[in-house]
Write a protein that binds this ligand. Structure first.
Ligand SMILES: Nc1ncnc2c1ncn2[C@@H]1O[C@H](COP(=O)(O)OP(=O)(O)OP(=O)(O)O)[C@@H](O)[C@H]1O
Length: 371
């Protein structure tokens, strides 16, 4: 199991800026990826997804918090001592072309980490080439065709499979896939996602999926957890299907309502879609970070910071003072018929730190549903 607690990261800005000199990329993120499990992080550009993925893969430092890998806290360890732990976590880059050395054949690319692995595990030199062929077959490509070739001689989909094969050379416990299908041809995306799902099932490797695309997160689905990141903070989390079919946070609802609806159907809640505003970074981040973009915010949202809390389902948490099921989202279209996946409007209806929408701001009259 790999977990993170209170992970924060602030970047320093280089050069002359009129605004603040620092950019908070992550503000106290907690997450858990169970052994063999899958977790997706979703959010719009700049919300901190890539930063989190790089931290989890040991490629970026964090300011505070802790990453625990297999029960071992990383923070107290010196960087060199952390290395073997982070090696168990492999990052799959979004751009398979830049991730591969253009001057090396695929055989040379795979040989380097496999030779090291052979030394570490006391295996013979012949094992290296056998394993390279085995891994390429595992990711669904013909080793005879691919091994002697250079990256530019392969399709984008093949290159991404090679990148995945290279990640597997170290027998990782977890793969971090950062927008790993966003730069390859649309026609090949599904097969790469299917491959990652298949590897999870066959090898028991955990998956941390980073995407801005809710459909991708849903495809990875099956018993996975979804974390919705907004400006470096988790604003909603829970089982993927639960969050997607019954989002409680206005930001998650806005993300979902941005999905295009086919066949002339209206977008759910299109009249309430929260516009992307140029955030005034000089304003202090008190209260809810989403308050200024939220059509349901009240004074309390500006004054107090909402913590993650649940309503009825303890597995489904949201950081909102006015959680409410506001819309039905037609995420699946079968033969032009929208499948209503979410329940109709309903308040939180539970006690606890998260309150129901007592203001009535989220009543059905204010947000259009497709029901
Ligand atoms: N090396 C860096 N130096 C300064 N600021 C950075 C750096 N890397 C990221 N940031 C800033 O940190 C914030 C989070 O960036 P990050 O790339 O993690 O977001 P993201 O959600 O992955 O966005 P995208 O989907 O566009 O890649 C952004 O405001 C970004 O501008």
């Amino acid at each position: 199991m790999i977990s993170g607690t209170g992970i924060t990261k602030t970047y320093r800005r280089k050069g002359d800026h009129t605004g603040p000199q620092t950019v908070p990329a992550l503000r106290g993120v907690d997450f858990t990826v169970p052994k063999g499990g899958a977790v997706s992080f979703i959010g719009e550009s700049g919300c901190g997804k890539t930063t989190l993925g790089r931290i989890v893969a040991g490629l970026e430092t964090y300011d505070s918090g802790d990453i625990v890998i297999g029960g071992v806290p990383m923070t107290p360890l010196r960087p060199r001592k952390r290395e073997p732990y982070f090696r168990r976590i492999q990052l799959i880059h979004q751009d398979p072309y830049s991730a591969l050395n253009p001057n090396r054949t695929i055989q040379q690319t795979l040989r380097a980490p496999l030779t090291l692995r052979a030394r570490q595990t006391g295996r013979s030199g012949s094992w290296v080439d056998e394993r390279a062929a085995e891994l390429l077959a595992l990711v669904g490509i013909d080793p005879g065709y691919v091994l002697p070739r250079y990256p530019h001689q392969l399709s984008g989909g093949m290159r991404q499979r090679v990148v995945i094969a290279r990640a597997l050379t170290v027998d990782p416990e977890m793969l971090v896939a950062d927008e790993s299908v966003s730069m390859i041809d649309v026609s090949m995306r599904l097969s790469i996602l299917a491959l990652l799902k298949d590897l999870r099932e066959r090898l028991g490797v955990s998956l941390l999926f980073i995407t801005h695309d809710i459909a991708t997160a849903r495809y990875i689905g099956d018993g996975s957890e979804l974390y919705v990141l907004y400006r470096g903070q988790v604003v909603e989390q829970g089982p993927t299907e639960t969050v997607i079919t019954g989002p409680m946070h206005p930001y998650t609802q806005a993300l979902l309502s941005a999905i295009p609806v086919l066949h002339g159907l209206e977008r759910p809640g299109a009249d309430r879609v929260v516009p992307t505003e140029a955030l005034d970074e000089r304003r202090p981040d008190t209260g809810c970070l989403f308050a200024r973009r939220c059509p349901f915010s009240t004074q309390r949202c500006y004054d107090e910071h909402p913590e993650l809390a649940h309503c009825l389902d303890p597995a489904h948490e949201h950081a909102c003072f006015h959680p409410h099921r506001r819309q039905v989202i037609p995420l699946e279209l079968h033969a032009g018929t929208p499948v209503h996946r979410g329940p109709a409007d309903g308040g939180c209806g539970a006690a606890g730190t998260a309150t129901g929408d007592a203001t009535g701001a989220g009543s059905a009259g204010r947000v259009r549903t497709t029901a």
